[in-house]
Design a protein around this ligand. Structure first.
Ligand code: ATR
Length: 273
């Protein structure tokens, strides 16, 4: 079988081998997919070793996406803008193509699976780190009315917004500047979420019938998903669907076959209870 893998650090709880295994079975593709714990300082060596052993494609997760972007011989526009690659493909001539499927994965989950329409909506993005950068182009391509990046370190948000202004109505502010504002969709891309922490949000910031989405996911609802439920969100979801959708896009890049994501999302949701 062709060989694929995900590199990251830590990698122990990665669901990617399970997801790609389910995709392979569903589509009748003969491949194996493993997870390897690779700290940043070992990335180049681990990638070389993987390619020597015939590896055809690689997913990279925290903290390796920027290193993977640097190693790619060419990149999709969305990966270039993200300055991060989560999917490497070995081409017939041995060169490496890089892509970033996180943003399209998020949009497919929001719009396809959850039935939200971003067009004309006021969108708030919490956080201005790598997770936010990775999704901005696909989000802006949905033509929201506005996209505000709120970040603890305001400079960082402003710099990030500045890199994407030609793609849409994107701006930045600090959390204190959110007072009195309303948004239809709030996306949480802060690392705080993983520690069960929340950025300080005004109580009335979510418009009636609005939606909350946490890019992170866990075995139980994240702090932000709970915040959304407590503040009247019509939809308050975590990033499990995005995880499966970004994997499906990678699978398509590698194999030219698009798996059906719905049964995989259903199965993984059931498994975590
Ligand atoms: P990632 O690649 O996961 O986005 P990152 O680049 O370290 O990780 O960015 C983490 C994001 O979470 C940043 O926006 C960070 O805010 P700062 O830029 O001000 O550091 C945000 N973040 C982390 N902990 C936070 C907290 N306790 N409250 C609010 N924001 C937090």
């Amino acid at each position: 079988p062709d060989r694929y893998a995900v590199f990251g650090h830590p990698i122990g709880h990665s669901k990617s081998p399970r997801i790609h295994g389910l995709f392979a079975r569903q589509t009748g593709q003969d491949l194996e997919y493993s997870a390897l714990d690779v700290p940043a300082e070992d990335f180049d060596g681990a990638l070389d070793g993987f390619l020597r052993q015939g590896g055809q494609g690689l997913n990279c997760t925290i903290p390796l996406k920027e290193l993977a972007w640097r190693r790619a011989d060419r990149c999709s526009e969305r990966a270039r803008r993200a300055k991060a690659v989560n999917t490497l493909k070995r081409e017939a001539d041995g060169s490496l193509s890089g892509d970033n499927t996180d943003g399209v994965g998020l949009v497919r989950d929001l719009c396809g699976n959850l039935g939200l329409d971003l067009a004309g909506k006021r969108v708030l993005l919490l956080g201005a780190g790598g997770a936010s950068r990775g999704i901005l182009q696909p989000l802006l391509a949905e033509r929201p009315h506005s996209l505000v990046i709120a970040n603890r370190t305001v400079d960082k948000g402003e710099q990030l917004a500045g890199e994407f202004t030609e793609l849409g109505a994107v701006s930045a502010c600090g959390f204190a500047d959110l007072a009195g504002r309303r948004f239809d969709i709030i996306l949480n891309a802060t690392a705080a979420s993983l520690q069960g922490d929340l950025p300080p949000l005004p109580e009335d910031i979510l418009a009636p019938g609005g939606a909350c989405y946490d890019l992170a996911y866990g075995t139980s609802p994240t702090a932000f998903v709970l915040w959304g439920r407590a503040h009247g969100a019509a939809v308050s979801a975590d990033g499990l669907g995005m995880l499966v959708e970004q994997a499906a896009e990678a699978f398509f890049i590698w194999r030219g076959v698009r798996p059906d994501t719905a049964p995989v999302i259903r199965l993984l949701s059931e498994e975590r209870g």
